[in-house]
Write a protein that binds this ligand. Structure first.
Ligand SMILES: [Fe+2]
Length: 468
């Protein structure tokens, strides 16, 4: 396989810089001739060689194309589809499904062998470059600062060593999370007990991914974390937002959970509530939605403050809480995949952001966009199991990101963030609650009373601030 520095060097010799995505693509293709063919076709004024300069790489949308682009369709995550997992949970089956889904995405780019075949005949593979794909069982830092990662496929497990001196790869290896699915190219140690990693593959978004854009006008407004019932709910700001919606030509309003503040969510919450009855909280919220323009299509999902079970996927709000909700509001599960005029939106409350910030070096609550990118790289909304994000171990892993949406919408951390990663727009939509005592203690500075508007024809986001 071509080494990274050789590829970079080849481009430097012709006075070009090269984007890391192009370097990875050339390595994956393992085709040195590709460098010449890129260089022979780039315009003479090119400074940085990017993915668009790779000849023959056609940009395409992921998954099946829609025959018709309906106004609003819940592709999955309609009320009542999360299934019952009470009583019989089968974690082994859940992880097998996760492995199957994510490993097949990686297999679109590389060919891998079963781990058992390596272990069975180590002599045969000792000096050969091999690729394996596994789910991460355990991650450890060694005394010398390398990463030792135990991975498992359906046949066996093996320890993989990511050497910190391989800097380009190690930056990615440092953020390997328990239970994510990775591919590794490398070589087996002499005694056959250890696998030395040379390259790390994540399922990722293909570099040729091209998002779909609606062929007719339409605007969607994204919010989350309204927290009705809390004494820090920003009523005046919400009314300014509601007034603005009267004249805005928005067709959709998406709300990614924490519709109300809930009851008994954290110790001492009762002292911070102005509405101490859960039914009343939803009644007030329902009336707020009912006073918005009836032409709006509203889609509302639950979050960890809502009344449904916390384990994800979370069911849609049951009817007993939503009698005051208007008819133009569709209740969905968390997460869900929506289709707005052909633009697919994956809406997820974002509880796992807590876990990922705790595990990924250098990440911060102030930059939720980076965490959304990490979800997209792993093609999974909540990679690590058994931490703060409860996951219902159903037969199918519904938290896998497949197909690739045009927009990933999250909330939960109460801080706005926008990112664009390989054509996917990531938006984290802040909150309608000012800083709580708990957030003050945790040094979290929320960005409240903002809505993010996305033009479905261009996928361009715009932040609207209702603080003044
Ligand atoms: Fe929240």
């Amino acid at each position: 396989m071509l080494a990274e520095r050789e590829i970079v060097q080849r481009f430097l010799e012709t006075n070009h810089q090269v984007h890391p995505d192009v370097v990875n693509y050339i390595r994956e293709q393992d085709d040195p001739a590709l460098i010449d063919s890129i260089l022979s076709q780039i315009p003479s004024d090119t400074l940085v060689v990017s993915v668009s300069h790779i000849p023959g790489l056609r940009r395409e949308r992921d998954g099946t194309r829609f025959l018709a682009d309906p106004e609003l369709e819940v592709i999955w995550g309609s009320a009542g589809t999360s299934g019952s997992v009470s009583g019989h949970e089968d974690a082994a089956q859940y992880f097998r499904d996760r492995y199957n889904q994510l490993s097949s995405i990686i297999r679109n780019r590389i060919t891998a062998m079963p781990i058992e075949a390596l272990a069975r005949s180590p002599h045969r593979y000792r000096d050969a470059e091999c690729t394996i794909i596994g789910i991460v069982m355990e991650v450890r830092a060694t005394a010398k600062g390398h990463r030792l990662v135990e991975i498992e496929d359906t046949t066996a497990t093996i320890n993989v060593l990511f050497n910190k001196s391989r800097e380009a790869m190690f930056a990615d290896a440092e953020s390997i999370l328990p239970d994510e699915v990775i591919g590794v190219k490398g070589k087996l140690s002499g005694d056959g007990n250890l696998f030395f990693a040379e390259q790390l593959y994540r399922p990722d978004i293909p570099i040729k991914h091209a998002p779909f854009r609606s062929d007719r006008p339409g605007k969607a407004v994204f919010i989350s974390d309204v927290h009705v019932g809390s004494d820090t709910f920003l009523e005046d700001e919400w009314h300014r937002f509601a007034d603005w919606l009267q004249d805005a030509n928005a067709a959709y309003l998406l709300i990614a959970g924490d519709l109300v503040d809930g009851i008994g969510i954290y110790p001492g919450q009762e002292h911070e509530l102005v509405i101490r009855n859960i039914y009343e909280q939803y009644d007030v919220f329902g009336e707020m939605l009912a006073s918005l323009p009836s032409r709006l299509r509203i889609i509302a999902a639950p979050g960890n403050h809502d009344v449904v079970r916390g384990a994800e996927p979370q069911p849609a709000l049951p009817a007993e809480f939503t009698s005051r909700f208007p008819n133009n509001c569709t209740l969905v599960e968390n997460p869900c995949l929506l289709n707005l005029q052909g633009v697919r939106v994956l809406m997820y409350h974002g509880r796992s952001i807590d876990d990922m910030i705790g595990l990924i070096p250098g990440s911060s609550y102030d930059r939720p966009g980076e965490i959304m990118e990490q979800m997209l790289k792993r093609r999974h909304l909540a990679p690590s199991y058994g931490l703060r994000t409860p996951i219902a171990a159903a037969k199918q892993d519904r938290l896998v990101i497949d197909p690739i949406p045009e927009i990933l919408h999250t909330g939960h951390v109460h801080i706005c963030g926008i990112t664009k990663y390989r054509g996917v727009l990531g938006i984290n939509t802040g909150t309608w609650q000012s800083q709580t005592a708990f957030q003050k203690q945790m040094n979290v500075n929320p960005t409240p009373a903002r809505a993010i508007i996305v033009d479905l024809e261009t996928l361009a986001p715009e932040v609207k601030d209702f603080n003044r």
